[in-house]
Design a protein around this ligand. Structure first.
Ligand code: NAD
Length: 285
């Protein structure tokens, strides 16, 4: 089983630059691909800023920072994927866009190269089917912020081979992460548990069972959660939670996943949480 020494990361946004950084600090070369120079420069600046903070906190020395930065290269040309051992697609969450990107990557990457996607909500089996290598296609679902978060969900599509799971599992460990292997299913494991819990907190709040502060205190002190569910919903974005609950409701066809009416109402009002300055709490702009 050959190890992965170079990774192509498609998308230099929040997740893509985090994945490239995690590779680079672990000694793995990362080439980031995005649509243009502006997006690539923003991605590199985010990595440089994040590494700088680690140096300030004395978690990384300056020489290691420089070596990590030197392992990250950027291009808008997909031809760079010809030389990588693994491609991790982390572009915008849009099925048609991902189909196009994956077809392109499949045509360029060597037949032994693994294609992985960081999608949160699109079926891994469906994405694998647009490529000619469904057995070497897998979900690698990282968590935000990638350099800090210890988990990677590895998602098996219907055709994903054991060898592919073995290789990406070794990659996740090389990045200092703990992988869990999950079958393709909406929300995988973590979001399937987390999002209905956040939705239920909104039901509790709208029924007047307790105040937002009391609900959040309850889960912090009663379950040792670092943040309460309503404060977390404000961080995730109410629109993002509503989109996920709508997918669960439609895909499982089960009313236990129905979005809380107050969630719909707040999204309609533009109260999206931190990013809009108002959600279950208010935030200074
Ligand atoms: P983002 O908007 O920060 O970044 C997406 C990047 O993709 C942008 O830089 C955009 O220019 C780029 N892009 C668009 N079209 C492209 C193309 N044709 N080729 C190359 N790059 C292209 O989004 P994000 O939050 O980083 O999310 C990326 C993926 O990760 C999504 O699938 C999302 O569901 C998933 N995800 C996000 C989170 C999160 O918390 N943000 C967590 C886990 C998974």
């Amino acid at each position: 089983m050959s190890t992965i020494a170079t990774v192509g990361v498609i998308g230099a946004g929040t997740m893509g630059n985090g994945i490239a950084q995690a590779c680079a600090v672990s000694g793995i070369k990362a080439v980031m691909i995005d649509v243009g120079d502006a997006q690539l420069q923003k991605g590199v600046a985010a990595i440089a800023g994040s590494l700088e903070r680690l140096v300030k906190k004395e978690k990384l020395c300056a020489a290691d920072r420089d070596a990590a930065l030197a392992r990250v290269t950027t291009t808008a040309d997909y031809a760079a994927l010809a030389g990588v051992d693994c491609v991790i697609e982390a572009a915008t969450e849009n099925p048609q866009l991902k189909f196009d990107i994956l077809r392109k990557a499949d045509a360029i990457a060597s037949p032994q190269t693994i294609l992985a996607t960081n999608t949160s909500s699109i079926s891994i089996t469906q994405l694998a089917a647009v490529t000619k290598r469904p057995e070497r296609f897998v979900g690698m679902h990282f968590f935000n912020p990638v350099p800090m978060m210890a988990l990677v969900e590895l998602i098996r599509g219907l055709a994903t081979s054991d060898e592919t799971i073995g290789r990406v599992s070794a990659l996740a460990k090389a990045l200092g992460k703990t992988p869990i292997v999950v079958k393709n299913s909406p929300g995988f494991v973590v979001n399937r548990l987390l999002c209905p819990m956040l939705n239920e907190a909104i039901f509790l709040y709208s029924e007047g069972v307790a105040s937002a502060q009391e609900i959040d205190e309850g889960m912090k002190l009663g379950c040792n959660h670092p943040i309460g569910p309503l404060a977390l919903t404000d961080m995730v974005g109410l629109d993002v939670l509503l989109a996920v609950m709508n997918v669960f409701h439609a895909d499982f066809g089960d009313d236990k996943y129905r979005p809380a009416p107050l969630l719909r109402e707040m999204v309609a009002a533009g109260w999206l949480g931190r990013k809009s300055g108002r959600g279950f709490y208010t935030y200074a702009k």
